[in-house]
Design a protein around this ligand. Structure first.
Ligand SMILES: [Zn+2]
Length: 329
């Protein structure tokens, strides 16, 4: 298993808030990137739909395959926007010739940008998002910021020194697998510790271009559909160790049946996870009716604190807690 994905979150305006309270989070507790605010961490997401993306269609000799990069990227966006229970939408806007990421009016998808890959040679791709840290500032597009955590700009750069194929099942790294993962970051999602999730931070051995239940839970909590395609509920509780709350436990609900809850959608059944908050509580959202085993485990490999480092930072913590054993109930 190679560490091959990376996301970087850049903050639009430097603002460090020393006093942080911990109110209940407004949306899902799991899987989002967060921006800190004096009202507590806010889940990152776009304010308006559809979200536009701008392709630089140039490709180097590191990219093989018969499909165009435009087809691969469009298919990857479609995987997210076509998921059940989400109102998410995206549109391809004008192409760009830009060769560097930047906080501007384009959300660049680039295959010939060098980025900071010189220092992160193993990284296949990086998604750089800029989020608002306060309300009423310039949003860089002629308007003002509406909420903390509002994504203002996102740029997805593929490492031009890595070999990709646009043909699913080709010999090199499957581009659509990487693009689908990175576009999850583009929409504001953080990594998931669910091994079969598209947001799992390590590349799978074989192409993986469909969402799991865990990914659907994350994207539908972030961009909910007014009338959901499939009814879902919430599993909530608290993780405690000798009576003290455990922060950053990975809690996941695993179905004990073979039921396929999202029939009609190309979604893979997987556990659905969440992270416990500083008071130990967790809330696993987007859970279809079924029978579940709920397990709390420390985030201590294969996914570790480094893969979700924005999460403890948003709560003014240095790391998630891992000094406990896996428990089920
Ligand atoms: Zn990633």
């Amino acid at each position: 298993m190679n560490r091959t994905f990376l996301t970087t979150t850049a903050i639009a305006a430097a603002a460090i808030i020393a006093m942080i309270l911990y109110p209940p989070l407004p949306a899902s507790s799991h899987l989002n990137d967060f921006t800190a605010s004096n009202a507590g961490p806010q889940p990152d997401h776009w304010a308006a739909l559809p979200v536009q993306w701008n392709l630089n269609p140039a490709r180097g000799g590191n990219i093989q395959g018969s499909r165009s990069v435009a087809d691969v990227i469009q298919a990857s966006f479609n995987t997210w926007t076509g998921a059940p229970n989400t109102a998410l939408s995206a549109v391809r806007a004008a192409d760009s010739s830009a060769t560097a990421a930047g906080f501007n009016t384009t959300n660049l998808i680039c295959f010939v940008c060098n980025g900071d890959f010189s220092s992160e040679a193993e990284t296949l791709a990086v998604t750089i998002t800029t989020t608002a840290t306060s309300v009423g500032d310039s949003d860089g597009r002629g308007g003002t910021t509406q909420f903390v955590g509002q994504i203002l700009d996102a740029d997805l750069l593929f490492n031009p020194n890595k070999n990709f194929t646009t043909d699913i099942g080709g010999a090199n790294q499957d581009m659509q697998t990487v693009a689908t993962h990175e576009i999850g970051h583009f929409f504001g999602l953080d990594h998931s510790a669910i091994v079969r999730a598209i947001m799992f931070p390590f590349t799978p051995e074989t192409a993986n271009t469909t969402l799991s239940y865990d990914d659907v839970g994350a994207i539908s909590a972030t961009y909910p559909k007014g009338s959901p395609d499939v009814a879902t509920g919430v599993i909530s509780g608290a993780v405690r160790l000798s009576g003290s709350p455990v922060f950053g436990a990975h809690v996941f609900a695993d179905s004990q049946t073979t039921a396929q809850s999202f029939s009609g959608f190309n979604v893979r059944k997987s556990p659905i996870g969440a992270m416990s908050l500083p008071d130990g509580t967790y809330s696993i959202t987007g859970v279809p009716a079924d029978s579940y085993l709920v397990t709390a485990e420390p985030l201590d490999l294969p996914v570790t604190n480094d893969d979700v480092s924005d999460f403890p930072k948003a709560f003014n913590k240095t790391a998630v807690q891992t000094n406990f054993n896996t428990r089920s109930h």
